[in-house]
Design a protein around this ligand. Sequence first.
Ligand code: ZN
Length: 190
Amino acid sequence: MIHPILAYGDPILKLKASNISIDETDDLGPLIKDLWETMYNANGVGIAAPQIGISKAIFVADFSFFKEEENFKEEELINMQQVFINPKIISETGNDFNYPEGCLSIPNISENVIRKEKLKINFLDKNLEPQQMICSGIIARVIQHEFDHLKGILFTDKLSYKKRKSLKQELNLISSGDIEVKYKMSFFKK
Ligand code: ZN
């Protein structure tokens, strides 16, 4: 089922998502399916459960979109389409790396965000098997962005004060629903 994607301004996006407990793991199939469907419908490369209003620690990402990128390393991947359940970042190392990010919850805005180049992350995959990924560049970046959603952090929170100030009007238009988007969104009514 395709869900409306919560727009910037919805308080659910600012919550820390709760870990999925062992007795919930049986019912994850439909949620995972919905995340994929909602993400592909919106032409996204990743989506986290809070973006469809479910404050649980799970996100999905499809890395195949970046295959042509210079810094794409296929050998870093377990799957091209990966489900991350209860992820835990072990380390973020390497150089600071600036790259433009967008977000399905913040349509039509793209800004450079500084992140560490290398990432080590533990998580459960869709079969609830523990996995560890050591990755870098664009792959790490997608994961770092989605992981932030589980902490209630949006990429705009990582911008300079000056940059955020300059985006304020655009962000207000998004939260009030005064935007053109090709997929269904949910706008928080104050
Ligand atoms: Zn996002």
